[in-house]
Design a protein around this ligand. Structure first.
Ligand code: OAD
Length: 232
């Protein structure tokens, strides 16, 4: 059985990383246009780099929580793919083996001219004037508003083969990522784990109104009881 986990900022909230659209969310404190767009990069690179340097410092100090661990543990029983909108690396640090980042990865930098030139961010900071090997300024390896989402096609094809899709901690506000839910087969089961209501245009979605650290272990244990053949 193929389980696809589609995660958003809420899965990392209990690791101390703020979400975007909750009342204390990042987009309350910052104007997205000032820090997460190509226009912002042209206007004030120092501000954009500082914004992501701060996010990276928080990621480095954060630890995966019980939700990340329970997602990893699903791999002991099922074929599991994680598709995340998150730029943190907490799924990987919890041990998940297949993680597709739709919106990029904060721990990586890339050339602002040639997106194939990718680097690990050394010492956690991208400095103004840090250059790629061809001499162009390095930028965070993240997708900004107004930019294409190159991993979307891969995400669609993973979603199409899902027997179960678990959406956790995403307000499903940002497209094209949020549209992934429409790509699962009619026979696939859809679970939403989020303390708040999330808009999904599908009758048989099961909404578990819990925080990720409670909801994911609960659902994982149900799925294992119901479907796992390991150890039987
Ligand atoms: P949002 O901030 O839009 O939504 C977070 C969701 O997590 C909300 O539905 C919350 O109710 C829920 N939530 C909060 N705490 C939770 C918890 N402990 N357990 C489970 N759920 C919880 O974040 P995303 O949907 O991930 O994109 O945002 C999508 C994209 O918008 C991000 O990837 C980012 C942002 O702008 C870019 O920067 C391109």
């Amino acid at each position: 059985m193929h389980i696809v986990v589609f995660s958003g900022a809420g899965v990392s909230a209990e690791s101390g990383l703020r979400t975007f659209r909750d009342s204390d969310g990042l987009w309350e404190q910052y104007d997205v246009m000032d820090v997460a767009t190509p226009e912002a990069w042209e206007k004030d690179r120092e501000l954009v780099l500082r914004f992501y340097n701060e996010r990276r410092a928080q990621v480095i100090h954060a630890e995966p929580n019980a939700a990340h661990s329970a997602i990893r543990e699903l791999e002991d029983h099922f074929d599991v793919s994680v598709i995340t909108q998150n730029i943190d690396n907490l799924h990987e640090r919890a041990g998940s083996s297949t993680v597709l980042h739709l919106h990029g990865e904060i721990m990586k930098a890339r050339s602002s001219v040639d997106s194939s030139l990718l680097y690990d961010v050394k010492n956690g900071v991208i400095e103004l004037d840090a250059k790629c090997e061809k001499g162009s300024q390095l930028r965070p390896h993240v997708v900004w508003f107004g930019e294409a989402v190159p991993e979307m096609e891969s995400a669609y094809s993973i979603a199409q083969s899902a027997d179960v899709l678990i959406v956790v901690g995403s307000s499903l506000n940002v497209y094209p990522a949020a549209g992934l839910v429409q790509f699962i087969a009619p026979r696939a089961a859809l679970y939403i784990i989020d303390p708040k209501s999330v808009p999904v245009a599908r009758d048989n979605a099961i909404h578990i109104k819990e925080k990720a650290s409670t909801g994911i272990p609960m659902l994982a244990s149900d799925l294992i009881k119901k479907y796992s053949t390991a150890g039987r």
